[in-house]
Design a protein around this ligand. Structure first.
Ligand SMILES: Cc1cc2nc3c(=O)[nH]c(=O)nc-3n(C[C@H](O)[C@H](O)[C@H](O)COP(=O)(O)OP(=O)(O)OC[C@H]3O[C@@H](n4cnc5c(N)ncnc54)[C@H](O)[C@@H]3O)c2cc1C
Length: 526
């Protein structure tokens, strides 16, 4: 047995690191144990091919909570977010829809396609801002349980009720619609231009086994609307050096507060005596004692891998078994010898410093989903494409580029299962689809890395490759995330806690779960 710790954090994903930083800041002797040789989980940068660095999984940032940036002074530890300046959507008729940093330019562009939508966009933007502001406080609170009569829960509910009442009837009704409708239906109420609706609805399908016409997708759209960079709402950006540099900045803050961090330290199980945690046992055989253990892993691993499920209440284990992962996303990372030439906007223009969304119509996205519904990857997938080396040249050798392609749909449960041939066929479908819009792409590819949900699970541990540690579906959000009655970061084992994206408020590089869990643990210790 080695030294005893106040707290051991299992998993050095960004949420585990945030939890460790807050605990260490409060004076707790804290140790983080990460299985992989590098920190960050789904937020890592790796030099996959010599000279070419990739944000291998997550690639843009927006949701990271401003209070965490402040509390941990992350800019002093290397956080530096460069704005993503635009989004273009190539259309099937050779035209495109652009959205630019300058709102007037975006308005003029939308007017070209639909003056009616350009007017509607002003009101829509305002309403979505209010919706995001309405939900924002919930991101920073421990969810009260409406089924409980405990005074603290009732007080929390009362506070929340008051908050929603203050929205006024119109905004409250809009929020209800967003929580329940499909993104296509919701956007139909506002706009007529199909490419606009498709591009907006795309953020409603990310990380979820839903199509734009599936009820519930409008909430995911809102989830992606809540981002904020330096006070600019809805802004998305690149971390200099890739998303791994975000994780490293949090790790550096945690170390500065006194936390110890070990990589290459896979935890085999959490050790207990009766219903109390005593520490962890590593795969190496080493045992480390601690008063508390907090898992940054997803709910399946937290409850049924690190613990013997027999030691837990049956309804909790059933809840975890029912919790939906259903990974639906893949990633293709390309090392390029030069820049892609999009037929809709030829040459090297400012659009290459922003995102390119392959989402020409709602039908296109829904058909991509149809493939996945029946167990196949999309022949013509939705893709969110960025060229980080255009903004951060250090990511690729001079004159060369890295391209990150987030892809849907790639179902975890592929007919016949994933293997090398199916992975390459998926990569081919992505490149062929992209070549319809950027015909020179195939001639530029020096190397390619194709990641299926099975690869995401194997490398990061994310069960079924779900990018959010479980779908952001209404039935597993808020006081239901991950399961009813165990949504407050606690578990039935005394001293064993959970802090990953599988807890409220969910996935994305947000850090909110790690922070809220740590604050609850500190409150509990007082
Ligand atoms: C392909 C992809 C693209 C994405 N794109 C974006 C994006 O652009 N923007 C965005 O905001 N979000 C994005 N996301 C989502 C976001 O990255 C995740 O939701 C978030 O990083 C989850 O963080 P976490 O700390 O909760 O968990 P994780 O990142 O899953 O961290 C868990 C950690 O635990 C470690 N671990 C597992 N088992 C053990 C063990 N037994 N012992 C010790 N350690 C263990 C893992 O190695 C991992 O480091 C993306 C995710 C993926 C996969």
């Amino acid at each position: 047995m080695s030294a005893r710790y106040d707290t051991i954090v299992v998993g050095g994903g960004h949420n585990g690191l945030v939890a460790a930083a807050y605990l260490a800041r409060a004076g707790k002797k804290t140790l983080v144990l990460e299985r992989r040789p590098l920190l960050g989980g789904a937020a890592v940068t790796e030099e996959v091919f010599p000279g070419f660095k990739f944000s291998v999984f997550s690639y843009v940032v927006s949701l990271l909570r401003p209070e965490i940036i402040r509390d941990l002074d992350l800019p002093a530890h290397g956080l530096q977010i460069l704005p993503l300046e635009s989004t273009i959507t190539p259309m099937e008729n050779g035209d495109y829809l652009g959205s630019w940093a300058d709102p007037d330019e975006s308005r003029r562009e939308l007017c070209r396609h639909s003056p009616r939508d350009a007017d509607a966009m002003v009101l829509f933007g305002r309403l979505m801002h209010h919706m995001a502001m309405a939900v924002k406080p919930i991101l920073g609170m421990v969810p009260p349980d409406p089924a409980s009569l405990a005074p603290a829960e009732l007080a929390g509910l009362l506070k929340l009720g008051g908050h929603f009442r203050s929205l006024g009837a119109e905004r409250f009704h809009a929020l209800h619609k967003l929580m329940t409708m499909s993104s296509a239906d919701y956007l139909d109420e506002w706009f007529e231009f199909d490419t606009l609706k498709a591009t907006k609805s795309a953020s409603g399908i990310i990380g979820t086994f839903l199509g734009p016409r599936s009820p519930g997708s409008a909430y995911v759209l809102l989830h992606h609307y809540m981002g904020e960079i330096d006070g600019a709402f809805r802004a998305w950006g690149f971390q200099k050096g890739g998303t791994g540099a975000i994780s490293n900045s949090i790790a550096s803050a945690a170390r500065a507060f006194g936390a110890e961090i070990r990589t290459g330290a896979a935890v085999e199980r959490v050790t207990t005596r009766g219903d109390r945690v005593t520490g962890v046992a590593l795969e190496s055989g080493e045992e480390i004692a601690a008063d508390r253990v907090v898992s940054g892993l997803d709910p399946r691993l937290t409850f049924t891998r690190l613990l013997d499920p027999k030691s837990l209440p049956a309804d909790l284990v059933d809840g975890v078994r029912r919790y939906k992962f259903r990974g639906s996303s893949g990633k293709v990372n390309l090392a390029l010898s030069g820049l892609p030439d999009f037929s809709c906007l030829p040459g090297k223009g400012p659009h290459l410093r922003g995102a390119v969304s392959i989402s020409p119509s709602i039908d296109y996205l829904e058909r991509a989903y149809d493939d996945a519904k029946y167990g196949e990857f999309s022949e013509h997938p939705y893709m969110d494409i960025v060229l980080p080396s255009m903004i951060d040249p250090g990511m690729a050798p001079p004159g060369k580029h890295v391209m990150s392609i987030f892809v849907q749909y790639a179902p975890y449960a592929l007919n016949g299962g994933w293997n090398d041939a199916r992975r390459e066929a998926f990569g081919d479908a992505v490149v062929k689809t992209l070549a319809r819009y950027a015909p020179n792409i195939e001639s530029l590819i020096l190397h390619r890395q194709v990641l299926t949900p099975a690869d995401i699970e194997r490398i990061t541990g994310l069960s079924e490759g779900n990018i959010f540690q479980g779908e952001l579906a209404l039935q597993q959000l808020f006081f239901l995330r991950p399961v009813p009655e165990w949504a407050k970061y606690r578990t039935p084992i005394h001293g064993y806690w959970q802090c990953g994206a599988g807890t409220h408020p969910g996935g994305g590089i947000m850090g909110a779960s790690g922070r809220l869990a740590a604050l609850e643990m500190l409150k509990d210790g007082r």
